[in-house]
Design a protein around this ligand. Structure first.
Ligand code: AP5
Length: 243
């Protein structure tokens, strides 16, 4: 994985990212960028999709309820996802900040998150900073190829793409030699449904955060490293501006 950071360890230690939202359609690169930002800033990635897939793999009640919806490209109900995020945000590793990848994606989830963060205003530390939102944009025709070409390491979760970012040996993770997997919702049919959910339910969330000052749009149809650098610049400008 390309995890080189332009930040010295000292910068990584002192910069407090606070809560960061990575928004955008399926396949724009939220997970790829979250993994790189996590490594650069030393804060956790909180991916609702990954947490749900972990629940499916472990056969929990949440996983059983979510599986059919996810395979068909539909969203999991807000109350389930909000409870899941609430539990994750109560863990200690979020103190310097965290990256929310794939959440919120309905207005109901955004309202829940806004209320949750308002409730933390009195507490100290980066976790009480107001959130900053980054919307990654990529043309829809590029996204289908990104989705159907995606492969993921079953062990370290590193993300590859057979068209854009192939592993050195077909089907094998460069990092740890584990077999790569394809997500069950990375089909053309599920992608069509996911895009419908994105346009009807998630686009209003982007509008919601776009009306606030702590928001930037980033062109995601460039090299992975160029996108990461633009996101870092945006985050640091937004924080320096006192937002
Ligand atoms: P989730 O797992 O969140 O999927 P998603 O939002 O559809 O996003 P993806 O993970 O598909 O894409 P990504 O933007 O992370 O792209 P990636 O970096 O992997 O959600 C899955 C399902 O779970 C939902 O449909 C829903 O059912 C449920 N769910 C999850 N959260 C929910 C919520 N909050 N509420 C309700 N339901 C929820 O990149 C994609 C590919 O492109 C990769 O192969 C990568 O290598 C490649 N790539 C990345 N960047 C570049 C680049 N710059 N150039 C070339 N290729 C690139």
């Amino acid at each position: 994985m390309t995890q080189e950071s332009n930040h010295s360890p000292a910068q990584a230690d002192t910069f407090l990212p606070g809560p960061v939202l990575l928004l955008g359609a399926p396949g724009v690169g939220k997970g790829t960028q979250a993994q790189l930002l996590m490594a650069g800033y030393g804060i956790p990635q909180i991916s609702t999709g990954d947490i749900l897939r972990d629940n499916i793999a472990r056969g929990t009640d949440l996983g059983k309820a979510a599986k059919g919806l996810m395979d068909n490209g539909q969203l999991v109900p807000d109350d389930m996802v909000n409870d899941m995020v609430g539990a994750r945000l109560s863990q200690r590793d979020v103190q310097r900040g965290y990256i929310l990848d794939g959440y919120p994606r309905t207005l109901g989830q955004a309202e829940w998150l806004d209320a949750h963060l308002e409730g933390l205003e009195e507490s100290a530390g980066a976790v009480a900073l107001p959130l900053v939102a980054i919307n990654i944009k990529v043309d829809e025709q590029v996204l289908l190829k990104r989705i159907t070409g995606r492969r993921i390491c079953g062990k370290c979760k590193h993300i590859y793409n057979v068209y854009f970012k192939a592993p050195q040996q077909e089907g094998i993770c460069d990092v740890d030699g584990t077999a790569l997997q394809q997500r069950s919702d990375d089909t053309e049919a599920a992608f069509t449904e996911r895009m419908k959910a994105y346009h009807s339910l998630t686009a209003p969330v982007i509008e919601h955060y776009g009306k606030q000052g702590r928001f930037r749009e980033i062109d995601g149809d460039r090299d992975v490293e160029a996108v990461t650098e633009s996101i870092r610049e945006a985050l640091e400008q937004l924080r320096q501006a006192g937002n």
